[in-house]
Design a protein around this ligand. Structure first.
Ligand code: IMP
Length: 423
């Protein structure tokens, strides 16, 4: 049985959770493979709204197993806040959660360092979510991190943890004049944590490949998006993980042989939170209209999102890197009131046309636009492709043509039923 991968094709917030929720009903296991509590995946079911930060949204289906993969950085406080919140709504979570033994634990000092480093960066700040993501991944790469599985070794508490804390305290106190970590407090916290999660910890390469071999259906859930990818995004204004296909494999341990379908989630326009270059950003009235119609405010930080037109070069970049098999085009209804809709169809750099997304010098790009006639009528009630206004269909077809990927779903509202399947 194959695995299906869901990736964001823009700067995150494309509406991945809604598509995951839509597909999870036919899935046995949903795996988050990277990132941490910087994500905010919103799912609306009836009058209930759920915002998932760490736990895959598949948890809403009573038989689905949800895995926090090895590529993640897990803040245990945020995890238990989320478990408690879900369980307070009557959804049993603990028995269906699995945590990779090679996932990294995000500690309070990571958050402290993220916040203080951003403050100290002034005009060069990244605009992070202040959830400690970069600091935790830095420790992982520097081989100073804490893997979940390490909690079960006594030597960790006597040999490794004291050394890690000593090093962190030098940074906290000497670089940031921040209060130090108290070793005994952190040790107690980790000892308590290891009991709380003992039954959830698994070796994901073993567990997931075995489940796939036995015919289980697996959905891989990306957080953030291709343009925030550490290697393929607008570096340094990116997150510290790989939301793209390569990250899905390394962050889950699933063999590439099982990966049969990669679905790119893309908004019918575009948004970005935080700092960094954004070629099709609308600074004036149009940006305001998009922000208001799309309710474009961060679900984790509440920050207003920057809004702009659809950029086909961005989505083509995502299609190339991720090997997209299909697109799910979300929030088409947000464009309902526009008389004309702009789409970026290419760039010029140094006066020459280029047909790729450059790794550097993005602020120097000149954007080439094409204009489409709007449809100026509501679409949220529509459930069939043929019932969409002609200009809306033309727009969707143009997006598909420009990006070279078929559009398989169009979403016209936040609810499960506001989804149109094209095939
Ligand atoms: P970090 O992941 O908190 O380090 O933030 C790095 C950049 O990624 C910032 O510009 C954030 O606004 C952005 N970012 C991180 N997570 C998300 C997300 O889930 N949606 C949109 N942007 C995100």
């Amino acid at each position: 049985m194959p695995a299906t991968l869901i990736v964001g094709t823009q700067w995150g917030d494309e509406g991945k959770a809604k598509v995951i929720d839509y597909l999870a009903k036919e899935t046995d296991i949903v795996v988050r493979y990277q990132g941490g509590a910087n994500a905010g995946h919103t799912v609306k079911v009836g009058n209930d709204k759920y915002i998932f930060r760490l736990i895959p949204s598949g948890i809403l289906y009573p038989r689905t197993i949800c895995v926090l993969g090895g590529g993640m950085v897990i803040d245990p406080d945020a995890l238990f806040d989320e478990i408690n919140e879900i369980e307070s709504k009557g959804i049993e979570a603990r028995g269906r959660l699995r945590i990779a033994d090679n996932a990294h634990l995000l500690m309070p000092y990571h958050k402290e360092i993220d916040i203080r480093s951003e403050e100290a960066s002034g005009a060069y700040k990244i605009g992070t979510t202040k959830r400690g993501i970069g600091a935790c991944y830095s420790d992982k790469v520097n081989r100073h991190g804490i893997r979940v599985g390490m909690l079960y070794s006594d030597a960790f508490y006597t040999d490794i943890l004291p050394r890690l804390i000593e090093e962190k305290n030098k940074i906290l106190e000497k670089v940031y004049s921040a209060p130090p970590v108290v070793f005994t407090d952190l040790k107690e916290k980790l000892l308590a944590l290891r009991e709380k999660i003992r039954d959830m910890v698994v070796n994901t390469p073993y567990y997931l490949n075995m489940e796939l071999a036995s015919g289980k259906r697996v959905l891989l859930e990306g957080a953030q998006g291709t343009m925030l990818d550490l290697d393929f995004g607008t570096y340094p204004y990116v997150t510290s993980s790989n939301p793209t296909t390569g990250g899905a494999l390394s962050g889950s341990g699933i063999s590439f042989r099982y990966l049969k379908s990669v679905i790119g989630i893309t908004k019918a326009y575009s948004t970005r939170v935080g700092e960094g270059p954004y070629p099709t950003e609308c600074h004036g009235e149009e940006g305001e209209v998009l922000r208001k119609a799309g309710n474009e405010f961060g679900s984790v930080t509440g920050r207003p999102r920057r809004c702009g037109w659809f950029d086909t070069e961005v989505v083509r970049h995502a299609a190339r890197i991720n090997g997209l098999s299909a697109l799910a085009l979300t929030k088409l209804d947000v464009l309902d009131t526009f008389k004309t809709i702009k789409v970026a169809t290419g760039y010029e750099l140094d006066g020459k046309r280029i047909d790729y997304f450059p790794s550097c010098r993005v602020p120097q790009l000149q954007v080439i636009y094409e204009e489409f006639a709007g449809w100026q009528e509501p679409t949220s009630h529509i459930t069939k492709w043929k019932a969409l206004p002609k200009n809306a269909r033309k727009y969707v077809e143009a997006v598909s043509r420009f990006c070279g990927v078929p559009v398989a779903w169009v979403s016209v509202g936040p609810d499960r039923e506001n989804t149109i399947a094209l095939h």
